[in-house]
Design a protein around this ligand. Structure first.
Ligand SMILES: CC(C)[C@H](C(=O)O)[C@@H](O)C(=O)O
Ligand code: SF4
Length: 479
């Protein structure tokens, strides 16, 4: 009998074209088949150029899909793109996709949006697949039980040419989250707590498999938030075993299997779970009942605390490097150790990014701001993850709720997650952001980022200081 396998091992083994020879450390890489290759404008130009120089074609244009996201403006999308670099990037992608026969969703197209929002939404991302993209947050697609990971530009070229990749198997780590989340606590808080626990390097070389009753209870949108940020713990990928929630999400989407194919697919997908007794290289346990809204105070996603606690002081850390990192982060963030997190005043609230820009995120935030007043000094920007999310949100009237509240309702893209377009923080500006990275200068030179959930983002826009939904429960609501 075959020994018990983890979910990651099952998906891996189902895609081996050729096993690498040797044992242990000396083992050669396996050749892995790739089911879906996603492209965007930032990491594809050199790969296309490489193919062109070598006189090669794209091996499987039908398994390749591109969208414009990082450099796209979120205002005036019907006008020429003003920023020269952005315009060049986008036009290069358009030319390349035309030349190599790749389906592209351009600005203005109904299916345009952040690559990690678009794949699942179209039903392209399915359980048991191998999914790659020249983008670290490809881990998002692991929420479907796919083995999905970011690759470098030379690997992008390799996949374009061969539809395969040469890789050594990843180690496996199980992240068990048991219990029930309290109201106001979300999957964003789970993942921020996981990263604070294992550190930004804790997942290095691993595929993280999120398991346990708290994970099973999450919607697909919420699962994607968790898998999305696996990379912020240094992991290669994050996965969640597919279940009824997954099947229900995929069913009926444009690229989902139909009829008998659907039944056969679900039968197979049901086998995609870690076997009883499967051995993980590492295990982590977290109690969902104890979790509170979690926010970052520093300049990496691991520098986070419960919203109800204080900004740490360097002496809180035993390790000399952690102490130094704390000192440096406090200086950059303009914070004094010991300050209650809830007293930190912010200037901007950004609701968006591939972490938290799907329907459920927008609905949750809209429910909080509805009929309430925004703090007059706060600028709030709402950027749906895709054009389709924007349309759906408008059909539900969410745009109106946000606009009445005083927030800006934008077109889809990466936007202020990394400021490769005009959506940036000014020097010294402080932002409560639903994105995934709080590195120095990430949202604009000198900008200061606090990573938060959509609920905390919404409550913060009302109170003006970092806040949870329970903090604004007594603020007046108009009809
Ligand atoms: C531009 C791209 C290579 C990058 C990534 O890989 O993650 C970006 O999406 C990011 O979030 O920093
Ligand atoms: S939204 Fe942010 S994290 Fe996601 S792909 Fe775009 S830049 Fe990267």
């Amino acid at each position: 009998m075959q020994s018990p396998q983890t979910l990651a091992e099952k998906v891996w083994n189902a895609h081996v074209v050729r096993h690498g020879e040797g044992e242990g450390e000396a083992r050669q890489p396996d050749l892995i088949y790739i089911d879906l290759h996603l492209l965007h404008e930032v990491t594809s130009p050199q790969a296309f150029e490489g193919l062109r120089l070598a006189g090669r074609k794209l091996r499987r244009p039908d398994l390749t899909i591109a969208t414009e996201d990082h450099n796209t403006p979120t205002l005036d999308i019907d006008k020429p793109i003003a920023d020269l670099t952005s315009r060049t990037q986008i036009f290069t992608l358009r030319d390349n996709c035309k030349e190599f026969g790749v389906r592209l969703h351009s600005l203005g197209d109904k299916e345009q949006g952040i690559v990690h929002v678009v794949g699942p939404q179209l039903g392209l991302t399915q359980p048991g697949m191998t999914v790659v993209c020249g983008d670290s947050h490809t881990s998002t697609h692991g929420a479907f039980g796919a083995l999905a990971f970011g690759i470098g530009t030379s690997e992008v070229e390799h996949v374009m040419a061969t539809q395969s990749l040469s890789l050594k198997p990843f180690k496996t780590m199980s992240i068990n989250v048991e219990g029930t989340l309290k109201p106001g606590v979300t999957s964003k808080d789970i993942i921020l707590a996981v990263i604070a626990k294992i550190g930004t390097g804790g997942g290095q070389g691993y595929v993280l498999e999120y398991r346990g009753s708290a994970i099973r209870a999450l919607s697909m949108d919420a699962r994607m938030t968790i898998c999305n940020m696996s990379i912020e713990a240094g992991a290669r990928a994050g996965m969640i075993a597919p279940d009824e929630t997954t099947f229900e999400y995929v069913k009926g989407r444009p690229h989902a299997p139909e009829g008998d194919d659907w039944d056969a697919a679900v039968d197979y997908w049901k086998t995609l779970q870690s076997d009883e007794g499967a051995r993980f290289d590492n295990e982590v346990f977290l109690n969902a009942d104890e979790l509170e809204p979690f926010v970052t105070w520093g300049t990496n996603p691991g520098q986070g605390v419960s919203l109800s606690s204080n900004v740490p002081v360097p002496e809180d850390f035993e390790d000399e490097n952690d102490r130094k990192a704390c000192e440096r982060a406090l200086t950059y963030m303009g914070l004094t150790g010991g300050t209650p997190m809830k007293e930190i005043r912010v200037d901007t609230v950004f609701l968006g990014s591939c972490t938290n820009s799907r329907m459920e995120d927008l609905r949750a935030a809209a429910e909080i701001v509805k009929g309430r007043e925004k703090d007059p000094q706060i600028r709030m920007i709402v950027v749906p993850g895709s054009a389709r999310v924007r349309l759906e949100a408008e059909a539900e009237g969410l745009d109106k709720i946000f606009k009445d509240f005083g927030a800006e309702w934008r077109f889809a893209g990466c936007s202020m997650c990394l400021g490769m377009n005009p959506d940036q923080l000014a020097e010294g500006e402080r932002c409560a952001s639903t994105s995934n990275r709080n590195f120095e200068g990430r949202q604009g030179k000198g900008g200061r980022t606090h990573l938060v959930s959509p609920l905390v983002a919404a409550a913060t826009a009302i109170r003006g200081t970092l806040a949870s939904p329970s903090d604004i429960a007594n603020t007046p609501v108009s009809a």
